[in-house]
Design a protein around this ligand. Structure first.
Ligand code: MN
Length: 232
């Protein structure tokens, strides 16, 4: 007799605007330095060098059900927890070597998200040439709001903004992305066979900074449900 096998928690799932169905999260890919002014603030070169990607654990995705203020746990092992406001793309299907012109056919919808980052640990990892997971995959470090299903009405050039305690910290338009959403899907699909349920965090504009317990962050991205979280 072997011991009873463990029962896993269900994987995270996201609310869908206009439906009681849930969107199951498979993996979360993230692109680095995808807005020129943010690349500069992180000490990078904003020229169109090839994009780079990293992962956030699917278990770090924290579903935010609606636009009401929602508590978000401040993680352990950091004293420099940074906000990165990002448009999140949810895939309905995937494949390998997806052509840029076909990429948007795989998109289920869009949501407001935060790529919360233990910047102190990331800085150390960069300095020592170590991987980023402990900086990027803290528990609850990927709050994502309800998914708005893709439609012609959604503009990938709309405004993207983050306020902290009512003060604007990040404010840009998604037209400023260095690598567009279809380009990101096409390039990622050369490295991985993309699949239904995959999320892509599409990068953050300039203005990243630390937040502390008690502070309230509001993500406003044109065309999707805003989210508001209080760090606890
Ligand atoms: Mn990011």
């Amino acid at each position: 007799m072997v011991p009873a096998v463990p029962v896993l928690e269900p994987r995270p799932s996201l609310a869908i605007v206009g439906s009681a169905a849930r969107f199951p999260v498979r993996r979360a890919f993230c692109i680095g330095r995808n807005y020129a002014a943010h690349a500069l603030e992180m000490g990078g070169n904003p020229d169109r060098e090839p994009p780079f990607f990293f992962m956030k654990l699917a278990e770090a995705i924290q579903p935010i059900e609606n636009s009401a203020e929602t508590p978000l746990a401040y993680p352990a092992m950091t004293s420099d927890y940074h906000h990165e406001v990002e448009l999140v793309v949810a895939l309905a299907s995937g494949g390998k070597d997806i052509a840029e012109k076909d990429a948007m056919k795989h998109v289920y919808g869009f949501a407001a998200g935060l790529d919360m980052t233990r910047r102190d640990l990331q800085g150390e990892a960069k300095k020592l040439g170590r991987p980023w997971e402990i900086a990027k995959s803290a528990d609850a470090s990927g709050p994502v709001g309800p998914i708005t299903p893709a439609s012609d009405a959604f503009s990938l050039k709309g405004n993207i903004r983050l306020t902290v305690d009512g003060k604007v910290r990040q404010d840009a338009t998604m037209a400023a992305m260095i690598w567009s959403v279809p380009e990101q899907i096409a390039i990622l699909s050369r490295y991985f066979e993309l699949k239904a349920g995959d999320l892509i965090f599409t990068g953050t504009p300039e203005g990243v900074a630390a937040v502390t317990r008690g502070q309230v962050m509001t993500v406003d991205i044109e065309g999707v449900t805003p989210i508001t979280v209080r760090l606890v």
